[in-house]
Design a protein around this ligand. Structure first.
Ligand code: ADQ
Length: 468
């Protein structure tokens, strides 16, 4: 690559590199990408000011150049908590019932995308390529083009693209999708989401599929593709043998002597299927009295997006449910369930995964799900645990050797738990090897390289809009 890579995402939070990284698969993946190429990571600082100044703060964090800008409180309300997390997130995760449609959110979203573009544009040099991330910034390319930026710009969506009939619930859905045609390349996590996008364009935008990966719509052309994100598998493998990871593993082993640990690790989010998962564990305990004392379930779920009501509500329901399960089954010397709402260092998480006989990953919808991949990467090759995975996680397409379940069914989760706990070592090893092979091969570098290559290879595609 001759120029630089400019990565743009809502938050800029490069990991410090000491294992104490922040939550969110995105941050990890982007930092890995930027270390490889020289470049800049641009986005919101996480701070608010009284009035927007557009002042840039540039610093090096963990080997990555971060350029950040502060936003106003109202931006946070309308753009971040509003349009991004109260409108697009629920809708794209098939929770139309939780989606709020409010024109003020819409305006705030457009305003922040415009502010981002105005602050970013002066940083862009002619040879740079720009890689924009996620649902917060869909119209960014349109704003950059309006300012005369002609560079190659790609967009990657980390969350699902919903079915056509779901997408049309969004007021002004056409404007939003049309703005995606200002990118040179739009990437999705899976071929399924790509197809859903294509179907929308064919039906709503007088579209046509010119060839696989090349779409016409709104009288313009757009390259699309599926780029499943992975984890930094090599780094994870190194981390799992670290002293801290081993200490954590030993600690977990010590609290589960004669028992099997079942682990779930998720941001506290209604898309992660936590209620159904808790009910699945409860059903397992109810139906298998002889196995009750043989298991401990640990669910780690740090709170997120606390300013959004739906997140406060689900937390309340989960607190009650975890209390009910322990109240129902615990004994004086034993409780079946541990519910923990804090963050852990990544090396500690690796140790926790390693100690768990079952990784329970059951989102109702998930763009990819990196926890499933981390769980696999952390296992002992000679005595690995079993991954139970939702068929509605993007990861399920690559991880067919997991026990795949319908996350809406607590009974199916209970059955899968029983099967996982009874699984012979030979089968566990066979399944794990296939999973580990995929997780190692299709890792974060493969994802990044495939996307950047596709975006670069697309150099000649900025042609004048075609009128049909
Ligand atoms: P998320 O919805 O955040 O990501 P996920 O892919 O599972 O979901 O990534 C979560 C990350 O946070 C993992 O790396 C995990 O280790 C970490 N994490 C979770 N709980 C933690 C805790 N208590 N302490 C420390 N770390 C914790 C979005 C999309 C996903 C998509 C990713 C990447 O929703 O579908 O896979 O982006 O594209």
């Amino acid at each position: 690559m001759s120029g630089r890579l400019i990565v743009v995402s809502n938050r800029v939070n490069p990991p410090s590199g000491d294992g104490e990284e922040s939550v969110g698969g995105l941050a990890m993946a982007l930092a890995a990408a930027l270390k490889e190429y020289s470049g800049i990571w641009f986005g919101w600082s996480g701070k608010t000011t009284e009035t927007f100044t557009g002042e840039l703060n540039v610093q090096k964090v963990g080997g990555v150049t971060a350029a950040t800008v502060d936003l106003e409180e109202i931006d946070l309300e309308e753009y971040y908590n509003g349009y991004a997390n109260k409108t697009l997130w629920p809708l794209f995760h098939y929770r139309n019932d939780l989606a709020a449609f409010d024109r003020a959110f819409d305006k705030g979203y457009m305003r922040v995308n415009c502010r981002f573009a105005e602050t970013l544009a002066p940083l862009i040099r002619p040879d740079d390529i720009v890689w924009v991330h996620d649902y917060h910034l869909i119209p960014l390319a349109k704003e950059l083009r309006a300012l005369g930026i002609k560079n190659r710009i790609g967009f990657f969506l980390h969350i699902p693209w919903p079915a056509h009939q779901v997408m049309v619930n969004l007021p002004r859905h056409r404007q939003l999708v049309e703005s995606m045609f200002d990118y040179d390349l739009v990437g999705f996590q899976t071929a399924e989401y790509q197809q859903a996008f294509e179907e929308y364009v064919l039906n709503e935008a007088e579209g046509a599929l010119v060839r696989p990966g090349l779409l016409m719509g709104f009288g313009r052309r757009l390259e699309v593709g599926a780029f499943p994100i992975g984890i930094d598998a090599a780094d994870f493998a190194r981390m799992k043998t670290s002293a801290r990871a081993r200490r954590m593993r030993d600690l977990m082993m010590a609290c589960t002597v004669f028992r099997h640990l079942i682990v779930g690790v998720d941001r506290l989010d209604y898309s992660k299927g936590l209620e159904e998962r808790f009910l699945g564990f409860e059903a397992f305990l109810q139906r298998n009295p002889d196995m009750r004392r043989e298991v401990l379930m640990l669910q780690i779920a740090p709170v997120s997006r606390e300013a959004v009501e739906a997140y406060q509500e689900i937390r309340g329901r989960l607190d009650a449910l975890s209390g009910r399960i322990n109240g129902e089954f615990a004994d004086v010397d034993w409780a079946p369930f541990r519910w923990v709402n804090r963050n852990y260092r990544r090396d500690e998480l690796a140790g926790i995964y390693a100690a768990a006989r079952v990784g329970l990953v059951t989102p109702l919808r998930d763009g990819m799900n990196l926890v499933a991949k981390e769980y696999v990467a952390a296992q002992d090759p000679d005595d690995p645990g079993v991954l139970i995975l939702s068929r509605f996680a993007g990861a399920a397409l690559q991880m067919q050797d997991a026990l795949l379940v319908n996350p809406n069914s607590p009974e199916e989760i209970a059955d899968a738990l029983k099967r996982a706990l009874a699984m012979e070592k030979a089968e566990r090893v066979r399944r794990w090897r296939a999973l580990f092979e995929t997780v190692s091969r299709e890792d974060v570098s493969a994802w990044r390289d495939a996307f950047v290559k596709a975006l670069e290879g697309n150099a000649e595609s900025r042609r004048p809009a075609l009128v049909v």
